[in-house]
Every structure is written in structure tokens, then in C-alpha cells.
Write a protein that binds this ligand. Sequence first.
Ligand code: GAL
Length: 402
Amino acid sequence: MPQSRLGLACHALLALGLMLSPRVFALPAATPAATPPMGWNSWNWFADKVTDQDVRKAADLIVTSGMRAAGYVYVNIDDTWEGERDATGVIHPNAKFPDMKALADYVHSRGLKLGIYSSPGPLTCANFAGSYGHEQQDAATYAGWGVDYVKYDLCSFRDVLDKAGITDLDERDRRIRAAYAKMHEAIVATGRPMVYSLCQYGFDSVWTWGASVGANLWRTTGDTSTDYDRIVVIALTQIGLGRYAGPGHWNDPDILEVGNGKLTHDEDQSHMTLWAMLAAPLLAGNNLTRMSDAVRDVLTNREVIAIDQDPLGSQVRVIRQEGPVLIWSRPLADGSLAFAVFNIGTDRASLRGLQRDVLQAGAPPGAVARDLWAGRTLKSLRDLDGLTVPSHGVLLLRLKRP
Ligand code: GAL
């Protein structure tokens, strides 16, 4: 998308974001997904090619790269693991996944957790077997394997409604919600805690009802891609949704593309910062076998992850937009403030008025500014004026009490 269209989208969404403010939910620490889930998902890199060996290798690399230590825990197998059902209806993995229990054991032995994927329809989006009519059986199978996370993707459930002749939109929405609730109940009945992730691309304002059908996270958009403009547009559509999310139930703008395609280092940092400011799940989607040090550093920056994982679970507040410069903040549990300046334009941007913005955004009195991507503490807030941000780059600050 050319910058002007991106700019227009920003202006439209800015107004919405300024009108709405985050609501905070406080739940016990034992709550599943008390902070946005972190891990890795097979889809963005491997898509339908993913195998048992790829998942084992990913688990190994999550440990050796330092990602596990940084908080990435879930190793999520997306679509295309599914094989046939046997005579009793039990689902079996296909030849790419010879022994799912053994794979789960392996992932657990690395100190990680295993995620799996299915659909409320008879077929998944890649036309493999879905869970329609087998919800309890599938949940029990997942529990038997030792699965810790289920992504449930709408896919062919819409065909079920078409075939049943259900055209009334409200009735279709009601049935879709019921289908999601059904799998939640099936998971609960297993007695095994599993994070429950809804995937229906943000239809029917899922953020208003996702938690009521037992979801810990729900996709709010279509898929991410390795296009910077797409990442920015997705992030902008999240403004105002923070009031529906909080500990235990999160908006999910989809798997990260950090390290994929032609995203530059600045774009990777911006993508990670957008997701951190949105309190979004951090599911890496890159090829870990060929991860550069620079990409690893973006994914494992502890201070940036701490913004994403802040226990308050509040989401972004829009401070202002000036041309291609977007200024966002996010209050944090310890009274400090996350403050991000994105340059979505094509030229380097000189920043003006940031000291004022920081104070207006609610920085604690006498705040000390830590530049999280540079890993340095500014001597004084006066240093903020005169800073520049490269095209598609970002400045991310944590403003702490002195
Ligand atoms: C899409 C979903 C993707 C991926 C894919 C698998 O519907 O948005 O994240 O799961 O299906 O087929």
C-alpha cells in the first residue's frame, strides 16, 4: 500500500483509538495465558510442509537460541498434521507425524509445551480432517498425547452452515459461537489445561464474545504477511480493542513474521514493537534453522518482551499522529510507561515535541527514559528532542520512576 493510503488508514483509526481506553482484568497468576502466550508456530514458514522433524528441530533451537529463556514456550503445530480417523472415529496424525505422543514427550523434555490445530468444520483450511462431530474425541486424543494449546480455525464450518441452509446472519453467528464453546467444553472435560485459541479472522467482533466461549486468545484479523504495510495496517486495526482483552484472554493479530521474507531490521523491530504495545501473543513464525543473530536479538530483547508481557495487560493508547509518525503509549504495572514512536513513512523523521508527549502520556514525575532497542538510558528527557527515526523504524522507550 502506498504511504498515502497507509496514512489515511492511520487517520481514520486514530480517532477510534483516542476515544477508547483499555480496561484491565486482574486474574490469579495461575490463570492460563495470564500474559499473552509466547512460542513458535509452524505455519508462516513451513505451511503444509511441516514435519515431526521440523518441530523437534524448532524445539531444540528455541532452547539453544535463548528463546526459551526469553519466554517462548509453546511449540505450535499448525494445519496439515492430520491423518485419517479410524473405525471408532479417533483421529490419527498423517505420515509426516509418525508418533504425536512421542513428539509431545520430546517437546516437553525440552522444557516446552506443544500446540496443535483443528477446525470446528469437517475440514481444515488446508483440507485436512477437522473436528466436526468429533469434538470430545479429539480433545481427549489431544489430552492423551499431552497437548497444551489448541488453535481452532473456522474454515469449513461455514460450509456446514451453508449446507444446512442457514442464511440468517445472526443465526450463523450464534452457531459459530456455539461451535467454539463446544470445543472449549470438550477441552475442559479432559481435565488437562490447554490454552484455547480461536481463529476466525476477527469476524462478528469476536473480541466481544471470545472470552465467553472459553477462549484465551482470538484472532482479530486475517493473516499477517511479510509485507511491512500489511503489518502496520493490521496493527492499526487493533486500536480500541484493548478494552476487551486482559490477563487470560487476548486479542491475537496473528503469528509474527519477524525474520521472514524481506522485512528489514528496522521493520522487524517495528513489528515486534507494534505487537508488544498491543499486548499481542508473541508466536514467532520464522525458520529457526536459519535465524540470523539480528533476528534472534529482535525476538529475544528482554526489555521489549517485558512490555508485551506486562502483568497489567493493558493495551495501546494513541497519543498522536504527525504525518507518518505514530506515537503510542501503554501504562505498565510498576507505574512506568511504554512509549513508542513509529515512522511509517519513506523518509527519516526528525522528532519534535516528544518531551511534552511523554509527560502528556502519563510518564511518572521525573521519569528516566530507557531506549529499549538501543539498550541505553538517556541522560535526560531533553535528549528526546532532536532524535530521528529511520523510515519504517521505531523508537521504544520505557519511562521509569527515578
Ligand atoms: C488460516 C489461518 C492461518 C493458518 C491456515 C492453515 O485460516 O488464518 O493462521 O492456520 O489457515 O490452513
